[in-house]
Write a protein that binds this ligand. Structure first.
Ligand code: DGJ
Length: 327
């Protein structure tokens, strides 16, 4: 009898330890036991290694008054990088692009916004190119910033920011096609319309070729991927840090035309993207049917406490499905 209680406690402890790292809403832990700090993340797959880049959120969350939406903020903490060969064990590689302090005129000052970093490799220049959303606390600046490195994990040198073709750029992502062309996909026109802009061959500047898609649909948090020659674009609605329903669109070419579809999510809380917001879709096989849907579970009043949701995404013809699974 005296062994029963310790055995029950041990079994409970083992169950908790097994369940915790893979349960959505808990933060991901790196191989050193630290919470992964990489929000609004993207992944670069290079030479058999996955590199995860994301926003470093640290410090107190505060509220910016007199905005038309719930503008909660933390200082820009720069961009982190983690590496993994199995998507499960993540090694902290350090700060890929640091924020600086004390220069309010700089795009990457801690007083600014540095969000949604994405990295692609340019095989012509042999450089790794990062784009990210650069803004002021009231989101009036609406620029896309670009940084470059010779190494996948960085450090990245910040080159500056632009309004692509004179247009707003807020929530954004990158997509690199099989033909080597890369695109900047960005919420524009006061977040009313998404724009897809072909980057120059070195990926360092927007070209003059761009299209306006999801016109007046008020979408953000774009994540683009390709499956069997078809292009897919997942987006969210614009509700600040609060979750809403994702939708997706399908096209024959990155520049469109894009045909809007419904919500890819199924299961409990599908109408709020399982309480999360899209950030990236990572291909998981050569056939183009299995993907990893990566999203943020924002905690708006404690932004560093935000967590991650990673779920399998399946493509069947033109149908995208993200099915809830508990772990
Ligand atoms: C929603 C965006 O998707 C986030 O990246 C962030 O910019 C928040 N809005 C800010 O409210």
């Amino acid at each position: 009898m005296r062994y029963v209680l310790p055995v029950i406690i041990m079994l409970l402890a083992v169950c908790c330890l097994r369940a915790q790292p893979a349960t959505h809403g808990n933060n991901l832990i790196d191989v050193d036991g630290h919470v992964i700090n990489a929000h609004g993340a993207g992944v670069l797959y290079y030479n058999g290694v996955y590199y995860l880049f994301g926003e470093i959120k640290k410090g107190a969350t505060w509220f910016v008054p007199n905005q038309s939406w719930e503008d909660y903020r933390v200082p820009a903490g720069g961009i982190s990088c983690y590496s993994s060969t199995d998507l499960s064990h993540w090694k902290y590689e350090g700060v890929a692009l640091p924020a600086i302090t004390g220069d309010a005129t700089s795009d990457i000052d801690t007083g600014r916004v540095m969000e949604r970093p994405k990295v692609v490799y340019n095989s012509l220049t042999k450089k790794f190119v990062m784009w990210l959303h650069i803004d002021k606390n009231d989101y009036s600046y609406a620029h896309a910033g670009v940084a470059v490195s010779d190494q996948p994990a960085g450090p990245y040198t910040y080159l500056g920011s632009v309004k692509p073709n004179g247009q707003d750029s807020r929530d954004m992502t990158l997509f690199k096609d099989d033909d080597g062309k890369a695109y900047l996909i960005h919420a524009s026109e006061g977040n009313n319309t998404m724009q897809i802009c072909l980057l120059t061959d070195d990926y360092l500047s927007p070209s003059a070729t761009y299209s306006r898609v999801l016109v007046n649909r008020n979408r953000e948090a774009p994540a683009m991927f390709k499956s069997r020659g078809r292009y897919f674009l997942i987006t969210s609605a614009c509700t600040g840090w609060s979750p809403n329903a994702a939708t997706y669109a399908v096209a024959d070419s990155p520049l469109g035309p894009w045909k809007e579809q419904g919500n890819p999510c199924t299961g409990p809380n599908a109408e709020t993207t399982f309480n999360a917001q899209s950030t990236y879709v990572l291909p998981m096989d050569e056939k183009g049917s299995r993907f990893l849907f990566m999203a943020d579970i924002w905690n708006k009043t404690d932004l560093p406490g935000s967590a991650y949701l990673w779920l399998p995404l399946q493509v069947d013809g033109d149908t995208v499905t993200i099915r809830w699974i508990d772990q």
